[in-house]
Every structure is written in structure tokens, then in C-alpha cells.
Design a protein around this ligand. Structure first.
Ligand SMILES: NC(=O)c1ccc[n+]([C@@H]2O[C@H](COP(=O)([O-])OP(=O)(O)OC[C@H]3O[C@@H](n4cnc5c(N)ncnc54)[C@H](OP(=O)(O)O)[C@@H]3O)[C@@H](O)[C@H]2O)c1
Length: 393
């Protein structure tokens, strides 16, 4: 595609679509122009000329003059349909839809190989942080031990407002939604599903292992209450929702869980909608990436970087899949946790390997102890709103 103007067909003109439009307009020297934008609601007022818009997806997918399809919609099944049709039609595709990508990773990998077309999705994981391309290109050997971090802008915004400004959970969530950081369905953020989709994508690029989202345990900040917040503050800690994957004796485990984070931890100072990713490798120890993890122009700039990369024929090579020494996915790992509950019948403490601390009061009780990740994933008692979980460092 070098030295030619590429025609873009965009799906979606919401937060990210409009962010891309702004970034594209303000970036000089990129040979790309928007030919058509497909949206869902023909009656919605749009901030740009109506001639751009269509509700007919085939005006993009079947247009031979459109080189690149940019998929930025908020409907998972429709997004997969659009992306797979575009790839089958031989078009390069850029997408930001982490859920769609995480749920269909193996099929999307196959579609790229079969149709020999690039599919780039940097914006899907940590928005503005260029983490996928770094995992692909710089960390292209097997010395990476762990990838972990804050990969959900809206929960980090909420936790920052709770800890730094003493806002209530509800007020902080409303602010995150008003600013466009929260997903259309906020349960995806606050229950930890959105960061899990990103961890599933990062795990593939870090270790070459395909994992289905349902294999990975996620527990968000939806059960957090004032008692937990006081517990964290009493230990000079903050709380962060952390996605984690680590290689361990030929296996790799992953989870998304709220953590107690001490001040010395680099993730402690990642505030508001910012994301932070820590990589750990055999010879370099820790390396830290930080940047905006949500928002229209921040995400749009990652989408633009993918479009620009297509101009020099960049594609993911998935080198770690091809290296054939991928670790197997396993949830068999011990975690040290704080477990808060109201009455003893709400939890099953026999699941713990050991309990090092026990507290009881007229309102809440908690234990600190060690438990297997798979036991937590299977625990029905964690669905009770009176029960909360925090991982200790
Ligand atoms: N917001 C962020 O900060 C962020 C960051 C990283 C990744 N993402 C991902 O980027 C994607 C878009 O997010 P967003 O925040 O921009 O969503 P959004 O503001 O809710 O906008 C969604 C857009 O998709 C359009 N749409 C929905 N279904 C469609 C369909 N079947 N065909 C054509 N258009 C359709 C909507 O059309 P109408 O305008 O007609 O309703 C709307 O323009 C999501 O997958 C999200 O997870 C978002």
C-alpha cells in the first residue's frame, strides 16, 4: 500500500469513531481518507456531513475501492460478522473491539492466514499504549515471564476518585460514563470482563497461547464497600483492578482481580483513565508502559497508528504461536487474598490452604489466607454481594 492514498471504510461513529475522525483530521502526512462510515441509527444527528454515512454495510464491504475496513462498533456479533467478511473479501482490517477479538481469537487468526490479509487491533488492549506491537516485535523471544497491569480505564478512574477524592462508587461511575471511559454496559468494566478480554489478547501475543475468555477468572470492583476501602487505607495501600498473566513451570495462568497495592508498586501511581502495563522478563526484570486506556482521541490515535502501519505492509506475525513451545493454560496457582463477608455461612473457608489472619465485628468479618485460583473461579459464594475479595501483594 506504499505511496498511495488508502480509502477507509469505517464502522461506528461513537466515542472512538469520532475520536479517529478528529485525530485523522489533525494529523498531517498520513495518506488516508474516509470514504464511507456505516452507522446503525440513520436518524441520529451527526457532527459531520451526512454524505459520509450509510446504514448499508455492503457499501463498505463490497466497495472494491475501499482498502481498509476500520471496525469501531459496540456490538460483538455484528463486529465479528463485519471483520470476517472484510477479511474474506481481501480487505485489511483495523479493529478496537476487544470482546469480539478475545471471543473469536482462533477464528480470526485462521481467517488472516487463509486470506493473507492483515488484521491489526492495537487499540483493543490498553487503548493508547502500544503494547501489542511491542509484544510482537520487541519481545519476540520466549524470555517473557509476566504481563500484568491496569487495563481498564473506567474502573481505574472510579478507584482513583474513591481513594483520592472520597467520591462514592455511584458518583464516580457516572463521571466515568459521562466522560466516555465506561463501556456502554458498565458491568463489563466493573465486574472485570473488559480487562479480561484484553488479558486474553495480550496473553496470545506474549506467550502464543490461545485462551477462551471463559477459562480466565475475573472478579471486579462491584462488591467493594467502605469496609474494604478502610482496610486498604489502614495498610497504606490503594486498590487497583489488575489483569495478570504469568508463565509458571511450563504453564501460564491468568486472572483479573482487585489488588491491594502498596506505594512502592509502579501501578500505585497510575491514576484516572490511565492504564499501566508491567512486563517482566528474564534479563531485564520489570519494564513499565503507561498511557491513556480509554477515551475517543486516545483510542483513535492507536487506530490511526494501525492504519499508518498498514501503509508499510505491517502485519502481526504471531511468532510465538509459530515457535511451538507455548505454555499450557492453567488455573492451578496459589493466591494470597483478603476475603470479607458478613456471616460464616456465606463463605467456605475449608477451601483455603491456610489462614494467617481472622477478624470479626458486628458488621463484617474477614480472613487473610491462601487459596487456589481454580477454587476461586468455581466458588459460587463469591456471587454474594456481602462477599468481597482482594489479592494481597
Ligand atoms: N470508548 C473507549 O474508550 C474505547 C477504548 C478502546 C476500545 N473501545 C472499543 O471500541 C468499540 C467502539 O466503542 P465506542 O466507545 O466508540 O462505542 P459507542 O460510542 O457506543 O459507539 C458505537 C458506534 O457503533 C455503531 N454501531 C453499533 N452497531 C452497529 C452496527 N451493527 N453496524 C454499524 N454501526 C453500528 C453505533 O451507531 P449509532 O451511532 O448509529 O448508534 C455507534 O456509532 C467497542 O468495541 C469498544 O469496546 C472503546
Amino acid at each position: 500500500m506504499e505511496n498511495k492514498i488508502i480509502n477507509l471504510g469505517i464502522f461506528g461513529f461513537g466515542c472512538v469513531g469520532q475520536g479517529l475522525y478528529e485525530v485523522l483530521n489533525r494529523t498531517k502526512g498520513i495518506n488516508a481518507r474516509i470514504k464511507k462510515i456505516c452507522i446503525k441509527d440513520p436518524n441520529k444527528a451527526r457532527p459531520i456531513d451526512s454524505s459520509y454515512f450509510t446504514t448499508d454495510k455492503n457499501e463498505i464491504l463490497e466497495d472494491p475501492t475501499i482498502d481498509v475496513v476500520v471496525e469501531l462498533i459496540n456490538e460483538t456479533d455484528a463486529a465479528f460478522e463485519i471483520v470476517s467478511t472484510a477479511l474474506r473479501n481481501g480487505k485489511a482490517v483495523v479493529s478496537a473491539s476487544k470482546r469480539m477479538i478475545a471471543e473469536n481469537m482462533a477464528s480470526l487468526y485462521q481467517l488472516q492466514s487463509e486470506n493473507r490479509v492483515p488484521f491489526l487491533y492495537e487499540a483493543s488492549s490498553c487503548a493508547s499504549i502500544p503494547i501489542i506491537r511491542n509484544l510482537e516485535e520487541y519481545y519476540d523471544n520466549d524470555l517473557l515471564n509476566a504481563v500484568e497491569g491496569i487495563c481498564n480505564g473506567s474502573t481505574n478512574y472510579i478507584l482513583t476518585k474513591i481513594f483520592e477524592e472520597n467520591l462514592s462508587f455511584e458518583t464516580a461511575l457516572q463521571q466515568a460514563q459521562d466522560l466516555g471511559f465506561a463501556e456502554t454496559d458498565p458491568t463489563l468494566d466493573i465486574e472485570g470482563f473488559d480487562p479480561k478480554f484484553k488479558i486474553v489478547i495480550l496473553l496470545l501475543h506474549a506467550f502464543g497461547t490461545f485462551v477462551k475468555p471463559e477459562e480466565v477468572f475475573n472478579f471486579g470492583i462491584h462488591h467493594l464497600n467502605d469496609f474494604d476501602i478502610e482496610f486498604a487505607k489502614s495498610r497504606n495501600c490503594t486498590i487497583k483492578l489488575i489483569g495478570h498473566c504469568r508463565r509458571n513451570n511450563g504453564n501460564v495462568h491468568a486472572f483479573v482481580l482487585p489488588h491491594l497495592v502498596k506505594e512502592h508498586n509502579l501501578l500505585y501511581d497510575v491514576y484516572n483513565e490511565y492504564n499501566g502495563i508491567l512486563l517482566e522478563s528474564a534479563f531485564t526484570d520489570k519494564q513499565f508502559f503507561v498511557g491513556k486506556g480509554a477515551g475517543g482521541t486516545a483510542t483513535g490515535s492507536a487506530v490511526l497508528s494501525d492504519i499508518s502501519a498498514l501503509l508499510y505492509n505491517y502485519r502481526y506475525e504471531y511468532k510465538k504461536i509459530k515457535q511451538n513451545n507455548q505454555p499450557a493454560f492453567s488455573n492451578d496457582v496459589k493466591l494470597k487474598v483478603y476475603l470479607r463477608y458478613k456471616s460464616p455461612d456465606q463463605v467456605d473457608l475449608t477451601e483455603f490452604f491456610n489462614i494467617s489472619e481472622k477478624y470479626e465485628s458486628s458488621t463484617y468479618r474477614y480472613v487473610v489466607g491462601t487459596i487456589n485460583l481454580q477454587k476461586l473461579k468455581d466458588a459460587q459464594w463469591l456471587k454474594n454481594k456481602d462477599v468481597n475479595l482482594l489479592v494481597l501483594e
